[in-house]
Write a protein of this length. Sequence first.
Length: 334
Amino acid sequence: MRQLGAKRRLFLAHVIKQNIKFRNWRLIGPWVLDSDNKIRYDFDIFYIVHEYTVKMELDLPIFEPGWVWLAGAGPGDPGLLSLHALNGLRQADVVVHDALVSPEVLSLVRPGAVLRHAGKRGGKPSPKQRDISALLVTLAREGKRVLRLKGGDPLVFGRGGEEARSLVAAGIPFRIIPGISSGVGALAYAGIPTTDRYTNSSVTFLTGYGVGGGIAEDIDWDGLARSGAALVIFMAMSRIDQIADRLIKGGRSPQEPVAVICKATTPEQRVVETTLANAHRDVTAARLEPPALIVVGEVVRLRAALDWYGALTEGKVLDPDPLGVDSHAAASLA
Ligand SMILES: C[S@@+](CC[C@H](N)C(=O)[O-])C[C@H]1O[C@@H](n2cnc3c(N)ncnc32)[C@H](O)[C@@H]1O
């Protein structure tokens, strides 16, 4: 039970009534105010209050029938969802989601909405990209509010651009809602800065996945090896041996630090720290499961200072100066 002041209750009731009338809101189930001015705090009420706070206070958009919202769900932790994505989940009639969208995020969908899985599942047949695009068009033409929800950010190795182009070709109105890419979120939860002025002033996102099953051949591996950029490599765990080989041949030190972050931002997150020379051996021994990201670069050393998640969950003791140059003092004084 949750106590609302009489004034606030009247105002809330007014707002809800006005919005039902003028903005075509849909009320899900009954809501009850009892004689003590207590409002029953069940999911229905939560939904109304959500509508009130999100739509009125933040003025987030109404999801119109026949529209597709192409949204990123972040790397897993539902707390990393954007308010726009939550607003989409609360209004959508159908959520077409990838395998990487966590169950916790999907549980935020409004009651009665349909969940449709459309993504790659290891070892099982996956729907073809053109079938997914066609499904989005069909559902929108049926007048549904369609939330296309993808893991991380929809436009980072997510084929969101292809799906959006299909919508353009079919004349379907759409909106794109960015998400926190695992390329940034996984690093933050592993305690690795994406950039740090003491280690790397650039970062490169790349895929380890090549069309023929090996590593991507259209990537200039020697150029990457020569650059001082930290590398964040998606879809690469099963090719870590070939990638490490190419980078070492291109000039990176075999001792260059590597972190492999799997199931980042979920309760099953695991991180293996290793080097380019030992990456394959250590990752195989750790029996990590996908999804996983590989991070290559000196910046990985900062994990010894910044692994807040390890400190929180395992009581890890943090070292304020893992670079050995008292850079933390420099950083705090700068
Ligand atoms: C098809 S890509 C999608 C990337 C996604 N659009 C993003 O921005 O994070 C899938 C790859 O993203 C990475 N990935 C996604 N979620 C992850 C997570 N929670 N932990 C580690 N890696 C993740 C893995 O490399 C995985 O193979």
